[in-house]
Design a protein around this ligand. Structure first.
Ligand SMILES: Cc1cc2nc3c(=O)[nH]c(=O)nc-3n(C[C@H](O)[C@H](O)[C@H](O)COP(=O)(O)OP(=O)(O)OC[C@H]3O[C@@H](n4cnc5c(N)ncnc54)[C@H](O)[C@@H]3O)c2cc1C
Length: 243
């Protein structure tokens, strides 16, 4: 009996799905092995890596997709998601992605407007920082160490716990990731009066780098020359509000 065209298509689709899962499984095995080789023996590599076949894969992927346009079944998916719980695993994940030759996307809060932290047209991994979210506020010297996966809301809260007069002028959306915000995506540097005496600011170097990349990307913005001049002429870190 001749196979109908639609049955043939179904068979082909099934075959393609099976081979894509098999490929993803073999990438998973190679990656986990590599991660074990590069991290401390106490860390179990397989517990932080999600393959497409893992029942939690979709949940982990979608938890930090903050743009619904990319939260669809046709959005390209990563081959694996790595969720380090220790800084050494971040380093190992970067080494392993490079060695295997697969693009690595880093995601902190997932608020990138274009989904750059979790979408790609070529095969990719996600390095998801949500387990790395510790915040250590030192009111005495007015500094804070914050891991990339913390959200702005968590940071505001931890500062509030320690002081009723300090704050961090980063923006109005509490679910933003500190990683993507401080590495250049945040635009709240232009929020009015950001550097009052009672506020924390990012370190001078981080702020300058972020501002330069912001101005580079949005080169048409008229306030950029003024902001850059402001930074250049006011060292150390400005304590007065922008006018
Ligand atoms: C709904 C919404 C509200 C917003 N509100 C504000 C606001 O009030 N104030 C403001 O300043 N900005 C705001 N933004 C802009 C926001 O700050 C940027 O989009 C920022 O990049 C988001 O960071 P994220 O970590 O949440 O995003 P992600 O999508 O996780 O990351 C954004 C980019 O940074 C990269 N990245 C993330 N983490 C790291 C890391 N650890 N190391 C290296 N690269 C990393 C990613 O690969 C991606 O390219 C808003 C954006 C949205 C969508």
């Amino acid at each position: 009996m001749e196979m109908s065209r639609s049955s043939f298509r179904l068979l082909l689709l099934g075959f393609l799905l099976v081979s894509s899962y098999a490929a993803s499984d073999s990438v998973y095995d190679t990656f986990v092995q590599c991660l074990s080789n590069h991290s401390a023996p106490s860390h179990q590599a397989s517990s932080i890596v999600y393959a497409q076949t893992n029942s939690s894969f979709t949940n982990v992927l979608r938890s930090y997709i903050r743009n619904e346009r990319f939260n669809t079944s046709s959005t390209p998916k990563p081959l694996i998601i790595v969720t380090p719980s220790d800084e050494s695993q971040v380093q190992a994940a970067i080494i392993c992605s490079r060695d295997i030759g697969i693009l690595l996307k880093i995601r902190s809060g997932g608020h990138d407007y274009d989904g750059l932290s979790y979408v790609s047209d070529i095969p990719f991994f996600i390095l998801d920082m949500f387990n790395l979210r510790s915040i250590n506020v030192n009111i005495t010297d007015e500094t804070a160490w914050v891991q990339a996966g913390a959200t702005l809301g968590e940071l505001y809260y931890r500062i509030w716990e320690k002081s009723s007069v300090h704050g961090f002028p980063a923006g109005v959306c509490p679910t933003l990731g500190v990683g993507g915000h401080l590495s250049g995506g945040g635009y709240a540097f232009s929020i009015e009066s950001p550097w009052e005496k009672t506020s924390f600011g990012p370190s001078e170097e981080v702020a300058e780098l972020a501002l330069e990349s912001y101005c580079h990307i949005r080169s048409s913005l008229s306030e950029c020359p003024k902001l850059l001049q402001f930074f250049g002429s006011r060292r150390p870190w400005p304590k007065t509000p922008l006018t």
